[in-house]
Design a protein around this ligand. Structure first.
Ligand code: ADP
Ligand code: 5GP
Length: 204
């Protein structure tokens, strides 16, 4: 009995808790993979090239676009971000589970560039929302990673990003982290059990 690989696309406003939830999932599912995006945004203190992101210059990123390296890419809060195509397709082909932390524009592109059959078989879409925009602002300020301009832009964009939540299959409201993490875990486990991903040896 072997299960087919799939990817979980996580979107939600900056500060909603996507990274925190991925870290929590990783504790329960150590084999879970993370899709390392490429970005032109400068690294934050503590972020590692090739671990959190592949940090690219504008020029290098545009070469990547021309070479067709990205499954999707978008300008988010003033910087480019893109999902490398090959690692994702490899992971799925090998039966792994991979998490993509991408914005709503990226999630829409993923749905439109891949065939509906592939999307149905191999992708799950989860929207992570903060309990309110006020709490989002408080968390982003406390995180302390953004310049005043970047913080302002992220808060302005949060309102528009929130309007996309119905485009997703699941909504996780990140009020208490423990509860949100338990919901994410339930989604992942349900996704693993979907019949379209399973095979049963006696029936092929
Ligand atoms: P994202 O990856 O969506 O930008 P983060 O995971 O970095 O968001 O979370 C934003 C900030 O909020 C971080 O400082 C994180 O520690 C904090 N945080 C995340 N979830 C919660 C929660 N449920 N309650 C309180 N703080 C939280
Ligand atoms: P951050 O700068 O806080 O790491 O990420 C900012 C936003 O960019 C988040 O909404 C995150 O989901 C999104 N993002 C990260 N990687 C990608 C990517 O590869 N593609 C797209 N479209 N968005 C991404």
């Amino acid at each position: 009995m072997s299960n087919q690989g799939f990817a979980i696309v996580l979107s939600g406003p900056s500060g909603a808790g996507k990274s925190s939830l991925f870290q929590r999932l990783k504790e329960d599912f150590p084999n879970l993979l993370f899709s390392i995006s490429c970005t032109t945004r400068p690294p934050r203190p503590g972020e590692k090239d090739g671990v959190d992101y592949h940090f690219y210059s504008q020029e290098f990123f545009h070469h990547g676009i021309q070479r067709g390296d990205f499954l999707e890419y978008a300008n988010v809060h003033g910087n480019f971000y893109g999902t490398p195509k090959a690692p994702l397709l490899n992971a799925i082909q090998k039966g792994h589970t991979m998490v993509l932390d991408i914005d709503v524009q990226g999630a829409r592109q993923v749905k439109s560039v891949l065939s509906p059959e592939f999307v149905q078989e191999h992708l799950e879409f989860v929207f992570v929302a903060p309990p309110s925009l006020e709490i989002l602002e408080e968390r982003l300020r406390k995180r302390g990673t953004e310049s005043p301009e970047s913080l302002q832009r992220r808060l302005e964009n949060a309102h528009t990003e929130m309007m996309a939540w119905r485009e997703y299959q699941y909504l996780v409201v990140n009020d208490k982290l423990d509860k949100a993490a338990a919901e994410m875990k339930a989604i992942l486990m349900a996704a693993q059990c979907k019949t379209q991903r399973a095979s049963w040896p006696t029936q092929g």
